[in-house]
Design a protein around this ligand. Structure first.
Ligand SMILES: Nc1ncnc2c1ncn2[C@@H]1O[C@H](COP(=O)(O)OP(=O)(O)O)[C@@H](O)[C@H]1O
Ligand SMILES: [Mg+2]
Length: 331
């Protein structure tokens, strides 16, 4: 029984008027996994979580949690899951204690169990000392922790979090990641969305990359990285190079992929030596100057660029690169 997947999405699809927000997504999450849904803004992460948690109906396809259909058995599913959504469901003018007690009441947790659980959660989340202060006086990071605690009040089997560290400082994000790891060690299955590549790498046993409503790849962070491992990347900038150069690169049999970042080309190849020589030949015959040229190993950023097809300018605009470069630190 415990071998059965806890979450199953089959052909899950959501159409909003003209927008196909989620397009026939299939995946399974096993008990005890931390599964990350990684993708740029607008990829369909929130819509997917909303369908899995019964907040919105799929246009087609099904989602099941512990064998229960998320639409047909919505109430039973709600008892099994905790949800930390994009927006807060808490009251600023109430204390952490009262917020958690109130939400425990909504889930019909009886009073003595509720009091014990509220205390346990507030202690575990290092909020107990401040339990009687109004949330209005809490930092952003503390409020986020109260929201996670609130999602756990009815002891759910699966925890869903939509961008759990989005907008938080490094320290608060680190505390939350540590908390999630601890919950997972105790057996909690966790499904989270994030646009922080590094966060997904640190936290998740498995990652699905989603783009424009479609899952483009899934696997462990190691699998995703090693899928590019035998590749090298030649980074090159030529004076006045344009579409001719790109066409030339793409026609080379050893070149797997070419992406452009500003005036630099990133050439993915299994044979860096040959590509370097070809570039020199091209530059010489086209009378172009080589401004810079180097080779490197692929990074997680390259993995993301490869699978989403987005270039650096687009990623930067979507805050993805900033997330990689200045985002969460290891901890
Ligand atoms: N309620 C809605 N009505 C219409 N379009 C929506 C609605 N919610 C989301 N969308 C659209 O669906 C796409 C996916 O959105 P969303 O799931 O919020 O992405 P993400 O969470 O990955 O940023 C976007 O194009 C968004 O504009
Ligand atoms: Mg979202």
């Amino acid at each position: 029984m415990s071998e059965d997947p806890v979450i199953i999405a089959s052909g899950l699809t959501k159409q909003y008027a003209e927008i196909l927000a989620v397009d026939h997504i299939n995946f399974k999450v096993k008990k005890g996994e931390i599964f990350g849904f990684l993708g740029p803004n607008g990829a369909g992460k929130t819509t997917t979580i909303r369908m899995l948690t019964g907040l919105t109906k799929p246009t087609s396809g099904t989602a099941k949690i512990s064998g229960r259909d998320c639409v047909k058995e919505n109430l039973k599913v709600k008892q099994k899951i905790g949800v930390v959504s994009e927006t807060s469901n808490l009251y600023n003018e109430l204390s952490a204690w009262d917020n958690l007690t109130f939400i425990g009441g909504l889930y019909c947790v009886d009073k003595s169990t509720r009091d014990k659980r509220v205390e346990q959660l507030l202690r575990a989340f290092q909020l107990y000392e401040r339990r009687n202060d109004h949330l209005a006086s809490y930092s952003k990071g503390m409020k986020r922790r109260v929201r996670i605690a609130a999602a756990l009040i009815h002891a759910p089997e699966v925890l869903f979090l939509d961008e759990p560290t989005s907008g938080l400082d490094v320290q608060s994000s680190r505390i939350i990641r540590t908390l999630l790891r601890e919950l997972n060690k105790e057996g909690m299955t966790i499904f989270l969305t994030t646009h922080y590549i590094d966060e997904a790498d640190q936290l998740c046993g498995r990652i699905a990359i989603i783009r424009q409503g479609r899952m483009v790849v899934d696997g462990s962070p190691e699998q995703l990285k090693s899928s590019l491992q035998s590749e090298r990347i030649v980074e090159v900038a030529l004076s006045g190079s344009g579409s001719d150069f790109e066409t030339f690169l793409k026609a080379e049999p050893t070149v797997k992929e070419v992406t452009r970042q500003g005036n630099k080309y990133h050439v993915h190849t299994l044979n860096a030596n040959s590509v370097l020589r070809k570039i020199v030949e091209f530059a010489t015959s086209a009378k172009l100057e080589i401004i810079s040229m180097s080779t490197s190993q692929p990074s997680l950023e390259d993995v993301f660029v490869k699978y989403t097809g987005l270039d650096a300018v687009q990623l930067e605009r979507m805050e993805l690169l900033r997330a990689v470069k200045g985002g969460p630190q290891r901890g």
